[in-house]
Design a protein around this ligand. Structure first.
Ligand code: NAP
Ligand code: MG
Length: 487
């Protein structure tokens, strides 16, 4: 297990010698002390990235791609170890880290490995006598700050497109979950990424993260995290006017029409909110149900929630693990009181499980709360296994509720009516919409939000726009045309 800063191709301690503990949320025991980067360490990493940039950005794109493909293979070859590390550090059930997080991480590096030599420019039809073409150049040194909810996967989402486009990276993982990003850095060194191209520096958000956002030699910052910190990133970035990409919070609307297939709704909605203990920006945290099917759906949804097996994330039969920290667990549980204060009713869960074996961990039962759409619990991101339920009687009302928060990241709808499905999808104020499914993601499909959910997109070709700068080149190709505008 690597526990030091990865700078210029080597693992090194922080200049200050300081460390921070990373814990196992199953029992809050310490897994390791990890080096904690300060501003001087970020400077070292930026210097290494700057030194590596000319060679990396001018390397044949196919060769950069090949390194990303080799990394994807190395991730698969080390899948069990990576899954175990991720489960230990985050609390994700091992069956999810094995079946989803690790394969998706490899798939993302592979997709962008294939993308590296397909980032084409264009020829633009301007007036006769001139050739105008546009190329896409890397932005330069890219700072990346990521949260703790999917640390391994987000390392790939952030690094893979940046590297494919020829940028060099300085990344800060979340202080709660630094281990899997350091493991990826180790594999990168093994498969032959040149020193300095990628630097991974665990540290505190308001110190290392803040300095990455401020740094005068960093040309772009890509951030995934809360809306509140997203605002600070924008402010900190204003000094050198760096490019900013923000993947922020969400309050996913999950709208069930009266003609929906309820079997599918129950399964899809449970996955939508309880997978990863609800710690997902795209979690289906608001169940919005047509009044005619609400009773039947709720009865089945509650029964499923109560049958979910909660336990040690390293047990392969565990379906739901602990939240990632004690502080966060307390915050999630505080929303149960907030719900009650505004007249909300807890239909299921709402507390830690009554199991002695889980008493030291950060566990919360799957929680279902009936609440008004305007209640705080239906407006604010809880980021836990906590779903609000409300009903509607018309399509217009459903849309008004769905669009009635400051967020606009992911939304789902369930209906057998093709016209309604597309009409509602078009009217949802949301970067992503799922019809008769929830929370599907792919490296090929654009991911991101509107409103308080941020701006910019990850994945697909869209993200290449984030990690490149267009350059327009004019060539005078006709000697008879004067090199100036005629008077
Ligand atoms: P967070 O508190 O915003 O932290 C995210 C990252 O930012 C962490 O690495 C954190 O460092 C760092 N940070 C904190 N303060 C900073 C500052 N002043 N300047 C620069 N960096 C700073 O978010 P979180 O609680 O870890 O993650 C949950 C949030 O992420 C939720 O709101 C969720 O919706 C959002 N999220 C969004 C997406 C998306 O794609 N839209 C995906 C996943 C999660 P520390 O670790 O030291 O605090
Ligand atoms: Mg941890």
């Amino acid at each position: 297990m690597q526990t030091q800063l990865f700078i210029d191709g080597r693992f090194v301690p922080a200049l200050s010698g300081e460390t921070l503990a990373t814990l196992n949320p199953h029992d809050n025991s310490e897994i390791a002390q990890v080096s904690m980067a300060g501003r001087a360490d970020i400077d070292r990493a930026v210097d290494a990235a700057k030194a590596a940039f000319p060679k990396w950005s001018n390397m044949a794109a196919a060769d950069r791609g090949r390194l990303l493909l080799k990394l994807a293979d190395a991730i698969e070859a080390n899948a069990d170890e990576l899954a175990r590390l991720e489960s230990l550090d985050t609390g994700h059930p091992i069956r999810d880290t094995r079946n989803l997080d690790v394969p998706r991480t490899a798939a993302t590096f592979r997709y962008f490995g294939g993308m590296a030599d397909k980032i084409e420019g264009s020829v633009i039809p301007v007036e006769a006598g001139f050739l105008n073409y546009m190329t896409r150049e890397p932005v330069g040194i890219v700072g990346q700050v990521v949260p703790w909810n999917f640390p391994l996967m987000f390392t790939s989402w952030k690094m893979a497109p940046a590297l494919a486009a020829g940028n060099c990276v300085v990344m800060k993982p979340a202080e709660l979950t630094p281990l899997s990003s350091l493991a990826i850095a180790e594999l990168m060194a093994e498969v032959g990424f040149p020193a300095g191209v990628v630097n991974v520096l665990p540290g505190l958000g308001h110190v290392a993260g803040q300095y990455i956002a401020e740094h005068p030699d960093i040309s772009k910052v890509a951030f995934t995290g809360s809306t509140a910190v997203g605002r600070k990133i924008v402010q900190a970035s204003s000094g050198n006017l760096k490019k900013v990409q923000l993947e922020l919070g969400g309050k996913g609307a999950n709208v069930v029409f009266s003609d929906a297939n309820l079997d599918a709704v129950v399964q899809g909605s449970a996955f939508g909110i309880f997978h990863n203990q609800g710690q997902a920006c795209i979690a289906a945290s608001r169940l919005i149900v047509h009044e005619s099917v609400a009773d039947e759906l709720l009865e089945r949804f509650i029964a499923l929630a109560r049958s979910i097996k909660i336990g040690d994330p390293l047990d392969p039969s565990t379906e739901m693990g602990p939240l990632t920290s004690q502080l966060h667990r307390d915050r999630v549980l505080s929303y149960v009181d907030i719900a009650r204060e505004q007249g909300g009713r807890v239909l299921s869960g709402g507390k830690a499980p009554d199991l002695a074996a889980l008493a030291k961990g950060c566990y919360v039962e799957p929680t279902i709360v009936a609440a008004k759409p305007t209640d705080r619990v239906a407006q604010e991101e809880v980021f836990g296994p906590f779903v609000t339920v409300s009903t509607f009687s018309s399509d217009e009302e459903a849309l008004a509720i769905a669009n009635g928060t400051e967020y606009g990241l992911g939304a789902g709808l369930w209906t057998q009516n093709l016209q309604r499905a597309h009409l509602v999808a078009r009217q949802l104020r949301s970067g992503m919409v799922w019809i008769n499914c929830y929370k599907r993601v792919s490296p090929a499909s654009p991911f991101g939000g509107v409103g308080a959910s941020g701006y910019g997109r990850e994945m697909g070709f869209e993200v290449m726009r984030e990690y490149t700068q267009p350059k327009s080149v004019w060539v005078n190709v006709d000697a008879n045309i004067p090199p100036y505008y005629p008077r």
